[in-house]
Each structure stands twice: as C-alpha cells, then as structure tokens.
Design a protein around this ligand. Structure first.
Ligand code: NAD
Length: 475
C-alpha cells in the first residue's frame, strides 16, 4: 500500500476507535500510560544508544533530558488524571438561578503529533502522554533527521499499542504533508516557526485545532547586581546541553556594560569546566554532543562567517571539524545588526554577546525580535526583574536560572505568537488535547431567560427591569 493510502486507512480506523474510546474509563488511559512507563524503564539503554548514534548525545544527558523527563511526565499524569478528568463545577450567576453548570473534558478525537529532531524521544512522546491521558488516539511523525530514534519510537509504539490507537509514520516532509491533509481533531506540532506556519495553514483547511511549539531568539539578561559565577554556570549549561540544539537555549547574551568582561571570562571558564574536561578539549570530551548533521553544521559555520564579514569578532572557540559535525563552543562579539545571526535563531553552540547601559535599552534590544519562547533574567534586584517581566512578553521565564521552567510539572510550557501557540505539559497538556465542553443543566426553570422571552411588547418591562438591575445592582 502506498504511504498516502496507508495514512488514510489508519486515520479512518483511528476515527472509529476514537468514538468508542469516548465511553471508556479513565483507568484504561492510566493502563496505557503505565505500559509506556514500563517500556521506557526497561529500554532505557536502547533510548540512550539510539540518540547517541544520531548525534553523539552523551548517554547521561539523555537520561536527564529525555528519559527522566518522560518518566516524570507520566508519573505526574497518573497522579492527577482522575482529578483532571472530573467535570469541573463552575459557580452560577444570580441570573442563572435554578441552573447548574460544569465543564466536561472530552477527548478531541484523532490527534497528529509532528516532532522535531533535537530532543527526538522526549518531544515525540511527551505530547503523546497528554494525548493518551485525555483519551485520544494519535499518529506520531518523528523527525527524519534522527533516524535511529525514529525507528526506535516506531518499534516501541507497535509493541505497545494497536495501530488504531497509536501509530507511527516515519519519513520526511512528504509523509508530514500527506498526514496534514487529513481532518485531524488536533495537531500538535513542535519545530521551527517557518514550518509552524505551513502546519497552521494546512490545519486551517480542516479547522483542526493546533498546538504549535516553535522556536525563536531567547535572551539571557545579566544586570550588574547578578552573581557572575551563578549566571555564568547556568547560562553555559543552558546554552551547551544538547550542543546548543535546545529550543529554550539562551540564544544571545545581554549583559550590563560594566560587568561584561568579568562575565565573559566566567562563561569561558564554565564552558571548559562543564564541557571541555577542564580545558578547551571539547572534541575529546564525552560530555559534548555533536550537531545533528552536515546541513546544520554548515549553516552554523555560515552564520559565523557572515557575522565576521560584517565586523564580528570570535573571542572564543570557532574551531570546527566537518567530518564530525563538530563546532567548538563559540563566543561572538561586536555583531552587526544586518548579520544573519542577529535575527535568526542560532540553535547551536554559539553565544553572541551584546551589552546594555540601562533597562530601557535592554528591553528595546529584545523587542527588535518577535516575542521569545523564553527569557532569562539574572539579577538580585527585584525592581529590575519586575521591569523585564512587565515590559517583555515571552512564552516562559526563568529567573537566576535557565531552561528549568520548561520541565516544571505544574507550569504551562509554550510560546507566544512567533514562538508558539498553545501550552503543553501536565494539566495544560491534558487541556490542550481535550475539548472543554460547557454543560448547563436547567433544574427549576427559574432563570431570567424565561421572563425575557418574546413576544417583546409583553416582555419589554421585564427587559427594562433586567437592564436596570444589571446597571444599578451590578449583578
Ligand atoms: P522543522 O520545523 O524543520 O521540522 C519539524 C518537523 O516538521 C519534522 O518532523 C519535519 O519532518 C516536519 N517538516 C519539515 N518541513 C515540513 C514541511 N514543509 N511540511 C510539513 N512538515 C514539515 O524543525 P526541526 O529542525 O526538526 O527542529 C528545530 C526547530 O524546532 C527549532 O526552531 C526549535 O526552536 C524548534 N523547537 C521548538 C520546541 C518547543 O517546544 N517550542 C522544541 C524543540 C524544537
């Protein structure tokens, strides 16, 4: 069967099953999550070697960022699933006297999950947890760039679930587009802003709801009150884990002028301590991953060359090895506004450095870009922290920290406008994959609507009384 026909067949089968699943107990959803959890626990080494084979991601880093995060997400869903899926009573307004109202969370139906390559296991499976928790069927399209992990996900899903419940279609843009032509009830896409627009356009044809987890340029701001050592440690970690290929990685540094030199020195020191075996031995270090492929390697080298041509200086790093997709951690200063790196998401181990004199100037520089996915503020002054929180719109913020708001189980994760639409993780992920159905039940027939019914000449005095009461009594 051709891929295109197969996706239609499976889609139709999932549609049928999703109707049956509407009547299923929450316990069934929990069982599905538990079997996923067991598989991950029993196959932890396979996950680590698949991702290592894809881009030499250190196995310990995979444990921290892809295995533990998935297990925590499942545990959290199992703990709260009953509560999340219980209809939520809402208060009644006096004009609704005699009625009862609640929100019922119903499964959306058949969902499509399109994943990127950078956290190839976590970003395909984390939305699946929310989709299953909310009672949906799902089709997953992992990234074609991380083939080993994509194969493993496909094997895992076929071992765990029947095709009409969850299935995987491996492949590239053609497979993605064949899937996007179908009338999914929900599409959860993680990837670039550019492809996010294509996904949203395709979804619009079927009015499928979308969650778009996108990217952008996330600033790390360090003011003169911040602890330089702490800021350097955390910015370095956030920047270089996964070799800088993290959607929420600090993209550029905005540091208050008078502490720039000290902070840059501290960052170099941290880079060497954390990822360079105590020196600049990144190419030998078992803690330093690689870029995903040749295309991304030459894209990043191109960004450096273009910036240099326009006056930038490489003040640290810059070494590359083409045959290994290796690029050393690199610091770039004196970036011209018209260089590509000043406007494009970097998504690699390069940190550009810019300074500010006062908070207004920093905000102005951030606002030259679309609203970021994340913002990092390093400061000991609450007034300064509040200034950035108030004046910059961002998907999420970590204060005196990087990245961690992403995995916090009780926080929504997502972007805003160009950095994304909708929220993921925990309860927010459950809601994203649910229709929040409003239910109103008439109990005693007393609601104001009855006296306001036509014919209007008769109802007019009640309508006037009604408006008066709203205005005067502030109902
Ligand atoms: P990408 O947009 O190139 O690809 C993502 C997925 O879309 C892949 O499965 C790919 O096959 C598919 N795709 C690519 N082109 C397509 C097209 N024309 N039509 C339909 N489908 C298409 O992204 P990527 O390079 O895999 O990932 C990197 C990007 O993802 C970065 O911008 C990063 O910031 C972002 N990202 C965001 C988050 C988040 O949670 N917000 C997480 C990780 C990555």
């Amino acid at each position: 069967m051709r891929n295109k026909d197969k996706v239609t067949v499976i889609f139709d089968q999932q549609l049928k099953r999703s109707e049956i699943m509407r009547g299923e107990s929450v316990r069934k959803r929990s069982e599905r999550l538990k079997s996923l959890r067991n598989w991950v626990i029993n196959n932890r080494d396979r996950i680590k070697s698949a991702i290592y084979n894809d881009f030499k991601k250190p196995p310990e880093e995979t444990d921290v960022t892809e295995v533990s995060t998935i297990l925590l997400e499942i545990n959290h869903a199992l703990k709260y699933l009953n509560r999340w899926s219980t209809p939520e009573k809402v208060s009644s307004h006096i004009t609704y006297l005699g009625t009862q109202a609640y929100v019922q969370f119903e499964p959306k139906g058949v969902c499509l999950i399109i994943a990127p390559w950078n956290y190839p296991f976590f970003l395909a499976i984390s939305p699946l947890i929310s989709a299953i928790a909310a009672g949906n069927t799902a089709i997953i399209k992992p990234s074609e760039m991380t083939v080993n992990t994509s194969n493993l996900i496909s094997q895992m899903i076929s071992e765990l679930y029947p095709e009409d419940l969850v299935t995987v279609f491996e492949g590239g843009v053609d497979v993605s587009q064949a899937l996007l032509a179908l009338p999914f009830n929900h599409i959860f896409f993680t990837g670039s802003t550019q492809v996010g627009k294509i996904v949203m356009e395709a979804a619009a044809k079927n009015l499928s709801s979308v969650t778009l987890e996108l990217g952008g340029k996330s600033p790390a701001i360090v003011d003169d009150s911040a602890s330089i050592k702490d800021a350097a440690k955390r910015i370095t970690w956030g920047k270089l884990i996964n070799n800088g290929q993290t959607c929420v990685a600090p993209d550029y540094l905005l540091v208050q002028e008078q502490i720039k030199d000290k902070l840059v020195n501290a960052i170099q020191q941290e880079m060497e301590n954390q990822f360079g075996d105590g020196g600049a031995n990144y190419d030998q270090s078992s803690s330093y991953a690689r870029l995903v492929n040749e295309r991304h390697h030459s894209r990043l080298v191109g960004l450096i060359d273009d910036a240099k041509e326009k006056g930038a200086k490489v003040t640290y790093g810059g070494q590359t090895k083409d045959d290994e997709n290796y690029l050393a951690p690199t610091l770039l200063e004196n970036i011209s506004r018209d260089s590509t790196i000043a406007s494009e998401e970097i998504f690699g181990p390069i940190l550009t450095i810019d300074t500010f004199r006062n908070l207004e100037e920093a905000v102005e520089k951030i606002k030259m870009h679309p609203k970021p996915l994340s913002m990092y503020i390093f400061s000991k002054k609450q007034k300064n922290i509040n200034h950035f929180l108030q004046h910059v719109s961002a998907g999420g913020v970590s204060i005196n920290e990087t990245v961690l708001h992403l995995t916090h189980p009780y926080l929504p994760f997502g972007g805003v406008n160009h950095s994304g639409i909708g929220k993921a993780h925990g309860k927010y992920g459950f809601i994203e994959f649910s229709n929040q159905k409003s239910v109103l039940k008439q109990k005693s027939g007393l609601t104001s609507a009855m006296i306001l019914l036509p014919p209007y000449p008769k109802a007019k005095k009640f309508v006037d009384l009604f408006i008066n009461a709203i205005v005067k009594l502030r109902l």
